[in-house]
Design a protein around this ligand. Structure first.
Ligand SMILES: Cc1cc2nc3c(=O)[nH]c(=O)nc-3n(C[C@H](O)[C@H](O)[C@H](O)COP(=O)(O)OP(=O)(O)OC[C@H]3O[C@@H](n4cnc5c(N)ncnc54)[C@H](O)[C@@H]3O)c2cc1C
Length: 259
């Protein structure tokens, strides 16, 4: 069971839909993390801590921590977490972990951050880290959800990246945001990202060279298991190798992520 090392106060909450929200909380003074990592967060429920893994969306330099969350109506944690108010206490484990790090990839001309649902969360931190832009030429964030409304957080994130106090100059030259939906006819870009990759529409829409090339492209994946496996197949077919231990490859994924 995850240890409870800190109790911190919630400082801000923003609800997007009936199933999605973000919140900010105090950051314990000695809590360090690398952009892309996750931490255990939770609440005390019926006298016991209920803890779950959460990617940190805020940048490393931020004085607070930020998280982007699902609301599962019968979920042990999020059925309660969705009702938190400013000033309430949340629990944190002491150490951030995870290998979804730009550090785990070789330098490259293009970095693709591919996400579905709440899987976009770790990219919030990675996109506001100067090192990301120093290591890679162009940086593309893709986010796919069922409905247009579910894209609100990533749209807002893209704005925050373009206006970030540290990364705005880099972002304006190097960062591109792309979204699509699978169940909302009102949006101009329809379909799962895997289909948009295979058909070439993703690359056409962005006006860049099509396909993935191990000499040029680096990829980070975070989303549902089905999405992770499908993209993994596409990347392996194109000759990209997954980073494993000390063998640095051309792509990394967050294995256990559900969103
Ligand atoms: C490494 C890692 C990082 C994670 N980061 C985040 C994050 O940044 N934001 C976040 O909202 N969740 C994240 N999760 C999922 C999170 O740990 C919890 O599962 C989630 O908060 C729901 O908790 P719960 O106790 O309410 O329900 P749980 O009992 O944990 O889950 C109930 C069911 O809900 C579904 N589910 C759980 N989480 C999600 C999700 N995010 N999106 C869609 N369906 C889901 C699954 O089918 C699951 O079986 C992450 C998980 C891992 C392993």
């Amino acid at each position: 069971m995850a240890s409870v090392d800190h109790r911190v106060k919630v400082t801000m909450i923003e609800h997007y839909t009936e199933t999605l929200f973000r919140f900010r909380c105090e950051r314990p003074p000695h809590l360090k993390f690398r952009a892309g990592q996750f931490i255990m967060i939770g609440l005390e429920i019926d006298g016991k801590p209920v803890m779950r893994a959460y990617s940190i969306t805020s940048p490393e330099w931020d004085e607070e921590l930020e998280f982007y969350s699902i609301k599962i109506q019968d979920g042990p944690l999020t059925s309660k977490l969705q009702h938190i108010q400013v000033g309430d206490e949340v629990l944190l484990s002491g150490r951030a972990v995870g290998n979804l790090l730009p550090f785990s990839l070789r330098e490259g001309e293009r970095l693709w951050l591919l996400s579905t649902g709440t899987g976009v969360a770790p990219f919030g931190s990675i996109l506001r880290d100067e090192l990301t832009y120093q290591k890679f030429g162009k940086v593309f964030l893709t986010h796919t959800c069922r409905k247009i409304n579910d894209l609100q957080y990533s749209q807002q994130l893209a704005e925050m990246v373009y206006n970030d106090p540290l990364c705005d100059d880099y972002a304006q030259k190097q960062f591109h945001y792309y979204n699509s939906v699978t169940r909302d006819p009102g949006h101009p870009r329809q379909g799962r990202i895997t289909d948009l990759i295979r058909s070439g529409k993703l690359f056409d829409d962005l006006g860049v060279e099509p396909g993935f090339d191990p000499d040029r492209d680096r990829v980070m994946l975070c989303g549902s298991m089905e999405f992770n496996l499908e993209v993994k197949d596409i990347l392996e077919e194109a000759g990209l190798r997954q980073t494993s231990g000390r063998n640095i490859g051309e792509y990394v994924l967050e294995k256990a992520f559900v969103g």
